[in-house]
Design a protein around this ligand. Structure first.
Ligand code: AMP
Ligand code: MG
Length: 535
């Protein structure tokens, strides 16, 4: 077999822009903010920027786009992925969608600062949509500026790649480019606007279709466009389901339910809190999409959300993500109802979400605990008590599970011996009262008994656990440190984190500091524990 030929120039990429070829577009080609009816997209050019520079790129994403490193490090790459130039075959456009924001119907939203460049067909025949985020105004920008700041772009770039390496379905990021221009943001909406460096991320996914893309048509009674988009989505992203028909629409919805459930189980496994699970931020492919005020659990807390914009209601808190997935799927069901018109069948499909979620969650918890299978009678109470114990005192979720693999499997051990490997997981040592220790050790002994009944060799239990429990995650303060340095023109930490997070389950020499719990200075620092939607 001859090795696949690498592209030497971006102009040689093979584009097949089916979305704009096959779907109804906006006849108005002016770039003015407006309501766009009966159209999936509007053509729009990215806005040019002054002096773009390359901050980082993902070599894995470049590889599946058949782009060699020399090209990713070229000036041509910077010009194209900052939005200054289109490569041959690129046709840029922004798409129209609506959505429920924080539970309320918000009407038309759309790609307000995302501009698609078209679909690359790679040498393996896969379709990948390229999308710039932060590349300027579109007809969907509403009252905003179409831009993105460096801090939020670093967060999106690093987290989407980190999530992929953790095994969580996600959109990807090819590049992170600084624009050389400033953007004004009032980070906490408190009347303190500041100039910040601007940046553009090139996101990559098989498609960026969201629940809201369907909702907008139904909300306006545009059923013909609704059908066109769903038929297109079936043929392009779900060809295994067969030719479109009401039965296939239903099978599609069931698959979206399943994928959404599986994605959220992964979030719960790794301690990821999306922060803005509005229906416009839900991908029909079950990909994690739109990295805004997301966060990683430090101390395990079902009630935690990083998003200060949601502080009062905590709608999108960690423990509520599974129910929000269900609620959002209900909105998608309403959106496709005109094409199916069978409430009961849609209802059954949504119910399947709960079932899939529960089964996948149990499988996931068994893996986290190193058990071969989840046995309902023993493991349901074991997990319930564990989640309670984890919340009694501030316990770092990531460290706790990783260290649990290391405990000595001897129920006769003293409490002190049992707890020793876990001590690093605690943020406030004074919280480890005698009562707490007794309760934790009771749980640990029940766990040991369960592991012994499971009967697998201990090395196998540890291996299973270490494949489900990451050692390295993009801790909130680590992202912030990388942002602080990047703001001073030093991109070394962005690139070092990108590298460490490529192997989140493996011990890495000299990288132990990235697996440590949040330092105390970061407890209340903006960007580390509190984030707003301002990005
Ligand atoms: P979000 O919930 O942050 O993903 O965004 C909600 C809507 O606001 C989407 O339609 C975004 O495209 C739009 N949006 C967010 N930030 C900006 C911005 N700076 N400029 C234009 N549109 C934006
Ligand atoms: Mg969004």
């Amino acid at each position: 077999m001859t090795p696949a030929k690498k592209k030497s120039r971006l102009d040689d990429l093979n584009f097949d822009n089916r979305f704009i070829r096959e779907l109804p577009g906006d006849p108005d080609s002016t770039n003015t903010r407006r309501q766009v009816f009966n159209a999936c997209y509007s053509r729009v050019l990215p806005t040019s920027v002054a002096s773009p520079y390359n901050i980082a790129y993902s070599k894995e994403v470049a590889a599946f786009l058949d782009l060699p490193a020399s090209l990713c490090e070229s000036e041509e790459f910077v010009q194209i992925f900052s939005g200054n130039r289109l490569a041959a075959g690129m046709e840029s456009y922004a798409t129209c969608y609506g959505g429920h924001q924080f539970g309320n119907w918000a009407g038309q939203l759309g790609d307000g600062r995302a501009i698609n460049l078209g679909d690359v067909i790679n040498q393996r025949g896969e379709r990948w949509t390229l999308q710039l985020k932060g590349a300027g105004l579109t007809p969907y920008s509403r009252s905003a500026d179409g831009l993105a700041v460096l801090r939020s772009s670093v967060r999106e770039f690093l987290c989407s790649e980190a999530m992929h390496h953790l095994g969580v379905p996600t959109t990807r990021a090819l590049s992170l480019i600084g624009t050389g221009e400033t953007v004004i943001r009032d980070m906490f909406y408190d009347g303190n606007p500041q100039e910040e460096p601007g940046a553009v991320v090139c996101r990559v996914a098989p498609s960026f279709t969201r629940f809201g893309h369907f909702q907008i048509f139904t909300s306006r009674g545009e059923v013909a466009s609704l059908k066109q988009l769903l038929d297109y989505t079936l043929r392009t992203d779900f060809p295994h389901l067969g030719e479109p028909s009401p039965a296939v629409y239903l099978a599609w919805f069931e698959e979206v339910c399943r994928r959404t459930a599986e994605m959220i189980v992964h979030w719960q496994r790794v301690g990821f809190v999306h922060g803005v699970m509005n229906t416009d931020n839900m991908s029909v492919l079950g990909l994690t999409i739109d990295y805004g005020p997301y966060g990683w659990l430090e101390n395990f807390d079902l009630n935690w959300t990083p998003n200060t914009t949601d502080a009062a209601e905590r709608r999108y808190r960690y423990g509520n993500q599974p129910s929000i997935g269900y609620w959002n799927l209900g909105q998608l069901a309403n959106a496709i109802f005109p094409l199916i018109e069978q409430v009961e069948l849609l209802q059954q499909a949504i119910t399947s979400y709960k079932k899939t979620y529960e089964q996948s969650w149990q499988r996931m918890m068994a893996d986290k605990l190193g058990l071969q299978a989840f046995e309902h009678t023993t493991d349901s109470p074991l997990c319930t008590e564990l989640l309670t114990v984890l919340q009694l005192v501030e316990t770092d979720m990531t460290i706790f599970y990783r260290r649990l693999a290391e405990i000595t499997l001897n129920a006769e051990s003293t409490d002190e011996e049992l707890m020793r490997p876990l001590l690093d997981a605690y943020y406030v040592p004074e919280q480890l009262t005698a009562d707490y220790q007794a309760r934790l050790c009771l749980w640990l002994r029940a766990y040991i008994k369960r592991v012994q009944a499971d009967g697998q060799p201990d090395a196998q239990r540890r291996e299973r656990m270490n494949a489900a429990n990451p050692l390295y995650v993009l801790r909130n303060y680590l992202a912030q440190l990388a942002i602080d340095k990047a703001g001073q023109g030093d991109f070394s930490l962005v690139n070092e984190l990108l590298d460490v997070l490529r192997h989140p389950y493996d011990e890495q020499p000299d990288k132990g500091k990235f697996a440590e719990k949040r330092p105390d200075w970061a407890r209340q620092r903006a960007g580390c524990s509190m984030l707003s939607c301002s990005s």
